[in-house]
Design a binder for this molecule. Structure first.
Ligand code: SDX
Length: 430
């Protein structure tokens, strides 16, 4: 069947561009030969209309508020599955059989320890360093230790590096937390599942036994599932671009962590909770709604709006449900921040500014309230996002490295600087 074509007329020139169809979602206009045929670049700062790659991993329909991991709706995975099962699905494309899952969980469990000498990295940081700074530095340093899984051309080494990243992120994240509060590190335990092990490493102390609350562990596991992958978001695109040069996976993940830290991206969960704290009470909401709508005020409602979702972020709905579960289990009634959050959402969703611009709560709007209730300080919120997103970064990196058509990413530009001019000696400059 002849492939669809798009016609482009540029002055006297008319060219035909192939149109590729996906399995679902928008078609793409292939501009690979545009520059060669027209000596023009396309121009799309922020990549609002640009597909950077083809991928089989995650699909988002922003208008419908749909999110699929390898075709499975996030609601079903969050409700019926667990995080390591979703990790297997994202990495290998299918839900694991019982035996495959058992083997995968075993391999992850036995990679959770980090090289003992890595502990020295932590002592080089100030105790009040932001844990994301510690994560960027420590994860990047993994490439100084695991020389046997840096050769990205070797499928076995790619697989080992992938498992190591997924397995070690909770250990490193828990160590960053313990270091920031001056408590001793707690080693991973092989008798605990992934989320329970993480909570144990964060909240256990040597002085007494720490029993992980299964309801909270289940909530933590579900929060990891919600954050696991999200198509070609800024940090995933960073990981892909870093990986396209052949950089090792640990360095690529460190680049992803750095990008995720920004308040417009993964840093929004920390910023959203700080915003709710700043608003403080329901009666102050109108003042902040007014500021969010004021073009001259840089203030934005953190946890609101999304580049792709022009409907409710499906993850936000599940997160809100999880918030109520966690607060209920902990016996926290009438959390003032939750009251402010729910009233802020109610007002914003009935305000024409937000309705017209299709601004809805995103995953970061409720996550902070839940994570704070679980016992994490706001500075740890984006660390938890990075922990969960590591599998998405790794799966997308693996897909990019294994794509035979892959080449180094190298965008061009619209140059608006000075035309060519000759050097002027300093004695001639006025
Ligand atoms: C994540 O990409 C992903 O998938 C990311 C993520 C993932 O899982 O990887 O989903 C995780 O990063 C979620 C988003 C978290 N960020 C925030 O909550 C920060 C607050 N939100 C905004 O900064 C903003 O909505 C973005 C960054 C999320 C999206 O920005 P866009 O797509 O570039 O949209 P825009 O900035 O052009 O905004 C469109 C309009 C603008 O008004 P106009 O200039 O058209 O008049 O909406 C306004 C904006 O001023 N607007 C907001 C707003 N977000 C957008 N106004 C008030 N409050 C907001 N939060």
């Amino acid at each position: 069947m002849n492939e669809k074509q798009a016609k482009l007329t540029l002055g006297e020139t008319e060219i035909s561009l192939p149109v590729h169809e996906g399995s679902i979602g928008p078609d793409v206009i292939d501009i690979t030969n545009l520059y060669k045929e027209t000596h023009c670049f396309t121009y799309d700062p922020g990549f609002t209309s640009t597909g950077a790659c083809s991928s089989e991993i995650t699909y988002i329909d922003g208008d419908e508020g749909t999110l699929l991991y390898r075709g499975y709706p996030i609601e079903q995975l969050a409700d019926q599955g667990d995080f390591l099962e979703s990790c297997y699905l994202l990495l290998y494309g299918e839900l694991p059989t019982f035996a495959q899952k058992e083997n995968f969980v075993h391999r992850i469990t036995y990679h959770t320890m980090i090289h003992e000498q890595m502990m020295r990295f932590f002592s080089g940081f100030r105790r009040d360093a932001h844990p994301m700074a510690v994560m960027v530095g420590t994860v990047g340093a993994l490439s100084a230790f695991y020389h046997d899984s840096l050769d990205i051309a070797d499928p076995h080494q790619r697989m080992v590096a992938s498992l190591r990243m997924i397995a070690k992120m909770p250990t490193i994240a828990a160590m960053a937390f313990k270091y920031s509060i001056g408590q001793p590190f707690v080693y991973p335990r092989n008798d605990l599942d992934y989320a329970a092990n993480f909570l144990h490493m964060c909240f256990a102390v040597p002085c007494e036994e720490y029993k992980v609350n299964p309801v909270l562990a289940r909530a933590m596991d579900r929060i990891f599932i919600l954050h696991a992958d999200h198509e070609q978001n800024a940090s995933t695109s960073t990981v892909r671009l870093a990986g396209s040069s052949g950089a090792n996976p640990f360095a690529c993940i460190a680049a992803g962590i750095a990008c995720l830290w920004g308040p417009a991206h993964g840093g929004a969960n920390e910023a959203a909770l700080n915003m709710l704290h700043e608003i403080g009470s329901v009666d102050r909401i109108p003042e902040y709604i007014k500021r969010a709508k004021d073009k001259n005020d840089p203030f934005r409602l953190m946890g609101f709006g999304h580049r792709v979702y022009k409907n409710y972020d499906p993850r936000a709905r599940i997160m809100q449900k999880t918030t109520h579960e966690v607060l209920g289990e902990l016996g926290i009634k009438d959390d003032p921040l939750l009251e402010v959050a729910m009233e802020l959402e109610r007002i914003a969703l009935s305000d024409e500014y937000f309705v017209d611009k299709k601004l809805y709560p995103n995953i970061d709007f409720y996550s902070g309230i839940t994570l704070r209730a679980l016992g994490f300080p706001t500075t740890m919120f984006t660390v938890l996002f990075a922990l969960a997103r590591t599998v998405g970064w790794i799966a997308q990196w693996k897909e990019m490295v294994e794509d035979p058509s892959q080449k180094i990413g190298r965008p061009r530009q619209l140059y608006t600087g000075a035309p060519k001019r000759d050097y002027v000696s300093i004695s001639q400059r006025r």
